[in-house]
Design a protein around this ligand. Structure first.
Ligand code: TYD
Ligand code: MG
Length: 458
């Protein structure tokens, strides 16, 4: 077996705490992944060719069955939050809430803290970002001053852990992980090693003491400050709070959850009085739709277990010679390029020499391939300058061959469309007959048929 990196035992080894690459000299930047301040001295491998590992203790193996009850959960009473958590807050779990600075993480967590406190949890909120006074002012503005949440402004993790240990709350909120520091780690607060060490301490503390710990992490552009990515694998649950600062909608998205489904989203609206949950996001995302215009298509989407209809808008315009633009907001640029290529190759529609702009209205970000057909129809409608039936929802995945693949939860999508007053659906040919929804189902075998059937030559 080859020795990792060809390094002999007893030589000094340095390894990167981000990517694990080893090198023989210390440096400020990892040669392999380019991270800064992540190279640490490592103990050389004690094993290797010709060296047998010493015998260890025998492990006790158990069955998969357990008599233990699932961990207790507490609901906030805010459906949009509880669903994303997988059905409420799990005791003794570590949760990371990431997001851009200024998106509303502190607001969300202060409001959540107040809700959990009202539902009987003892809650401590530690701010390292703001003064206690600033948080109190926010609490006042949000009308939460009566709530029994306990507040401290601190950044020394040793003090914070000791305090939590004696106070014994059931929920501790640490805002933010980038401001916390441990005196046992030499680098500055916000560095990869500090963030990693602090998150590790907090996570093991959560498990050991049975306290749910929520850590806030700012997502940052490349730089010396470590983003929440370094912490993701340590915690049980990773939530991202996203949205466009130009819009009032905010989306809390579970990207990892050991205690529930990932991909769930919760939708909120940022108002002057804090965040308000949005119980019917489809209605909200479609609220601004006016008269039928070319390039506008309603996509019947699913986020987690929940159907969400939203508007996809495309605009096609002649490009300046030699520089065609492809601009996408709320969807994947690579996927757009693929749809354009398939439209060209399989439906004979070329966008060469044209600028293409694609936008998901309302600041929503869609990752589902089911949006393919809606995007394609929006593009074709924009190019043909002909509006699509405004009463139709569209969904379906497009394959490179130009065929349409049916997608998950068709019935959920159709039900939501009907609930919102749509009368038709353009979708791939169904393998299974969906229960009657009252919508006119326009099943399409392939992209070319969908295009000619709804916007084709007249
Ligand atoms: P904040 O929670 O401080 O963001 P983060 O912790 O993610 O950095 O929220 C910042 C923005 O939210 C700020 O620009 C003001 C806005 N906001 C409101 O619109 N209404 C409110 O009630 C509050 C408290 C904040
Ligand atoms: Mg904040």
């Amino acid at each position: 077996m080859a020795h990792i990196g060809g390094i002999m035992a007893r030589e000094q080894v340095f390894s990167c705490t981000v990517c694990g690459a080893t090198q023989s000299k210390w440096s400020g930047r990892c040669d392999a992944c380019g991270s800064w301040n992540t190279i640490v001295e490592d103990s050389p491998l004690a094993t290797g060719p010709g060296k047998a590992l010493k015998r260890g203790a025998a492990l006790t193996l158990t069955d998969l069955a357990t008599a233990e009850a699932p961990p207790p959960r507490t609901e906030a009473g805010v459906a949009e939050l509880d669903r994303v958590l997988g059905g409420g807050l799990v005791a003794a779990s570590a949760i990371l809430v990431g997001g851009d600075p200024g998106i509303g993480k502190s607001t969300l967590l202060l409001q959540a803290a107040a809700r959990f406190a009202r539902n009987g949890l003892k809650v401590v909120y530690v701010t390292g970002e703001e003064s206690a006074g600033q948080v109190q002012m926010r609490a006042q503005r949000l009308g939460l001053t009566e709530s029994p949440v306990k507040l401290a402004a601190a950044t020394a993790l040793r003090d914070i852990l000791s305090t939590l240990e004696s106070e014994q709350p059931q929920l501790a909120i640490i805002d933010s992980i980038q401001t916390m520091w441990l005196d046992t780690v030499e680098s500055a607060p916000g560095s990869v090693s500090q963030v990693r060490a602090a998150a590790h301490e907090l996570t093991s503390f959560a498990k050991r003491r049975g306290i749910a710990v929520v850590m806030v992490g700012h997502v940052t552009k490349e730089g010396a400050i470590a983003g929440p990515r370094v912490v993701e694998h340590m915690v049980d649950t990773v939530l991202y709070f996203e949205g466009d600062r130009g819009h009032q909608f905010r989306i809390l998205r579970a990207v990892k959850n050991r205690f529930g489904p990932a991909d769930e989203i919760g939708v909120f609206e940022m108002t002057g009085k804090g965040l308000i949950e949005v119980k019917n996001p489809s209605a909200l995302f479609l609220a601004d739709r006016g008269a039928p215009v070319p390039g506008s298509v309603v996509f019947g989407g699913i986020e987690g277990t929940r159907p969400i209809l939203c508007e996809i808008q495309a605009l096609v315009a002649p490009a300046a010679p030699g520089q065609t633009r492809r601009s996408v907001v709320g969807w994947d640029g690579g996927r757009l390029a693929m749809i354009l290529a398939v439209l060209d190759a399989r439906a004979g529609l070329s966008f060469a020499g044209l600028d293409v702009y694609l936008n998901v209205a309302g600041g929503l970000r869609i990752t589902e391939p089911a949006a393919d057909l809606a995007v394609a129809m929006a593009l074709v409608s924009a190019q043909a300058q002909r509006p699509l039936d405004p009463q139709a929802v569209v969904f379906g995945e497009i394959s490179l061959s130009g065929g349409l693949r049916s997608v998950t939860q068709t019935e959920n999508r159709l039900k939501e469309a009907q609930k919102l007053g749509f009368t038709a659906a353009i979708l791939p040919t169904l393998a299974k007959r969906a229960a009657s929804t009252g919508l006119a189902l326009k099943e399409m075998p392939d992209l070319a048929a969908a295009v000619t059937g709804h916007l084709g030559e007249t």
